[in-house]
Design a protein around this ligand. Structure first.
Ligand code: ADP
Length: 642
């Protein structure tokens, strides 16, 4: 034992942060520092006198002796087994990675070997973590579908994935990694990958650089191969840049296809609306003659019809009116679907509308042997905000359904109730009800909930229109139904804030009609190009003793007639050859001598928008064809009375 010299030496090596052992030429341990004892799990000095092989793994022990001998033969300072994975073995047999450096030490007692031993468990662990993190990152970047490039803070490429390599056309990383943004971009430009669309390469590069410097949004470019790519760049926290390049060709194509399809669909829908609108106009014109003359026949006082003829005429009138409703429904539906229906809401007295609807439906109910009533004991409901005509249309739909799908001898009741800020009108019937499995679809157009093959007439669009109209008026429409027992359909609309808004009902005039025989003679100019409409009007006026009718086939002729001899009233068709009725009215309003003459507009267009346009244009009344004899007579009376 080298106990005499190891005292200062030991103090020295104990201060070292690494483990240190000293052995003699036979490999016997002569000195260890306390770090070695701790590292290998031995007590102080326990190792002294033991062969150094106790500290090394079993499998290398046999060879170790020879290593020691060869070191003694050529002693110098060097790391041990520099390329080897060296391990130490603790007293308990467990192993740990070590790094060892060797140095010879010549003493009076011959050469000793000093070995510095470092436990590198933590370092190896860190190295392994680093490798693992790197491979995670690499495979994540590879897994990205887009081309991926990472530029470091010096704007040099640090990472790429194979999609990026493929794009640039370089097989190995070496050709890309380390290149600056400028070098790479210019190489790509020289490679002719992008379609510059006439731009010079320099201008293109400058544009690309501008985006690279201030990457806001994305940059879309085309490749020579006809692909569309989207370049996206973002800064990293380390002042580098991540660039991704996505092939969006499919998306671009799909968007273009969708756009085309949408345009086609819109064009088709516009064509459909246009077709329906002109079709309805075309259908209304002959209907005008049918219904008009039928009404005149019905009212002919000079040659009254027989009871039998009147009954038959009743069928003609009802059939014509039904046809008219269908035309209006189809037109309404197409307008609603095209989003081209406008409702104008105002305070409306619900009670009045309900009473009118019940009154109008009475004959239909009577034919079906059903009693239709307004619920008894109901107080007058407050006004709602609605489009009066549209509200009536909804209630007519619900009411006529209740009758159609009611039971003979049954009963239909209209109830009005206030529910908070809403007013609900419910149409209750005790009819056939709606099967549970059909309820979901009755608001879809042309769905007739099993009635398609039944005897009850219908098209399956009334409820669709009603529901959409209710929604347009900020209301809702719903129902409850029990098959075999009946249904209750309701419409709910916002209540008008000021209570008791019922529109004052016009006082019934007891004065004699200005159209009656014996009254002053009045002249009426009728501007109309359709001969059957003119014939109808002539017949109608013949009934009115005090009216002289002057007709004109065009607006131009009409205007001349009117200026030459101002009439009491003008009835003006809207769709005229040459100047339209709208234009003609505008001119009448301009001339002082004709400004005050009341004008009744007459048109086959039955749209709310047309009505308000007509009012704006200066028509005093606006009636839609087919003309209702009573309606026209009343309008004439009103205007002549002024
Ligand atoms: P339709 O022209 O067929 O009457 P609607 O749109 O008005 O079309 O109604 C759609 C379907 O809903 C009807 O075909 C009918 O099957 C059902 N329906 C509507 N109202 C009632 C009701 N009061 N009682 C029973 N079924 C009804």
């Amino acid at each position: 034992m080298l106990t005499d010299w190891n005292v200062p030496f030991r103090t020295l090596i104990d201060a070292a942060p690494d483990g240190m052992v000293v052995c003699d030429q036979r490999g016997v341990l002569v000195l260890t520092n306390s770090e070695i004892d701790r590292m290998f799990g031995y007590a102080h000095d326990e190792l002294l006198g033991k062969p150094i092989e106790v500290l090394i793994p079993e499998r290398v022990r046999s060879r170790h002796h020879a290593h020691v001998a060869s070191y003694v033969a050529q002693p110098r300072l060097r790391p041990m087994g520099s390329n080897l994975d060296l391990h130490g073995v603790r007293k308990d047999g467990s192993m740990f990675p070590v790094e060892i450096s060797l140095s010879p030490c010549a003493t009076e007692r011959g050469m000793l070997i000093i070995a510095g031993v470092r436990d590198v468990t933590d370092r190896r662990e860190l190295e392994r973590d680093k490798v693992r993190a790197n491979s995670y990152l690499t495979s994540a970047v590879e897994a990205v579908q887009e081309a991926f490039l990472l530029f470091d803070e010096h704007d040099r490429v640090r990472m790429v994935n194979s999609a990026a390599r493929e794009m640039v056309g370089e097989a190995g990383d070496a050709a890309i990694i380390g290149k600056t943004f400028e070098e790479l971009s210019r190489a790509i430009l020289a490679g002719g990958i992008y379609d510059l669309a006439g731009e010079s390469p320099e201008a293109w590069y400058q544009r690309r650089l501008a985006y690279h410097r201030d990457p806001v949004g994305t940059l879309e470019v085309r490749t020579r191969a006809g692909r569309h790519v989207r370049i996206t760049e973002r800064r990293t926290a380390e002042h580098g840049t991540v660039t991704t390049i996505a092939d969006i060709t499919d998306d671009v194509q799909r968007a273009a296809e969708l756009g085309e399809a949408r345009e086609l669909a819109e064009a088709a829908s516009a064509a459909k609306s246009e077709f329906l609108s002109s079709m309805s106009h075309e259908l209304r014109t002959p209907l005008n003659a049918i219904l008009g003359f039928a009404q005149l026949l019905e009212r002919d006082r000079k040659q009254p019809l027989s009871q039998r003829q009147l009954e038959r005429l009743g069928h003609v009138l009802r059939g014509g009116e039904h046809l008219l409703r269908l035309i209006d429904d189809v037109l309404d539906l197409s307008r609603i679907e095209a989003g081209r229906i406008a409702v104008s809401t105002e305070p409306v007295a619900v009670t009045e509308v309900v009473a009118e609807v019940v009154h109008t439906l009475q004959p239909m109910a009577a034919r079906a042997q059903i009693g239709i009533v307004v619920a008894a004991g109901a107080e007058p409901a407050p006004a709602v905000m609605a489009d009066r005509t549209r509200l009536a249309q909804i209630l007519m739909n619900l009411g006529s359904n209740a009758i159609k799908y009611g039971k003979p001898e049954g009963r239909v009741e209209l109830r009005t109730e206030v529910r908070g800020d809403l007013v609900r009108v419910t149409v209750v019937d005790d009819g056939i009800g709606i099967p549970a499995d059909k309820r979901d679809r009755i608001f879809e157009p042309f769905q007739r909930a099993g009635q398609e093959t039944g005897p009850i007439e219908g098209t399956g669009i009334g409820l669709t229109i009603s529901k959409r109209l209710a929604m347009l008026m900020r209301g809702t429409l719903g129902f409850e139904s029990e098959p075999g027992h009946g249904s209750a359909f309701w419409v709910e609309l916002p209540r008008h804030r000021q209570a008791a808004d019922a529109q004052p009902v016009a006082a019934v005039s007891a004065r004699p009609s200005p159209l009656a025989a014996g009254a002053r003679r009045h002249t009426v100019v009728y501007v109309e190009d359709n001969p059957s409409n003119i014939a109808f009007m002539r017949d109608l006026v013949e009934e009115l003793a005090s009216v002289e009718l002057i007709t004109a086939a065009t607006a131009e002729i009409g205007l001349e007639l009117i200026r030459a001899r101002p009439p009491d009233v003008v009835i003006m068709d809207i769709n005229l050859p040459g100047m339209s009725g709208f234009e003609a009215v505008r001119r009448l309003k301009e001339w002082p001598e004709t400004r005050a003459i009341p004008v009744i507009g007459l048109s086959a267009a039955a749209l709310a928008a047309d009505t308000s346009r007509a009012r704006d244009a200066g028509f005093h009344r606006y009636l839609t064809k087919p003309v209702k004899v009573d309606e026209l007579t009343r309008a004439l009376e009103d205007l002549l009375e002024r």
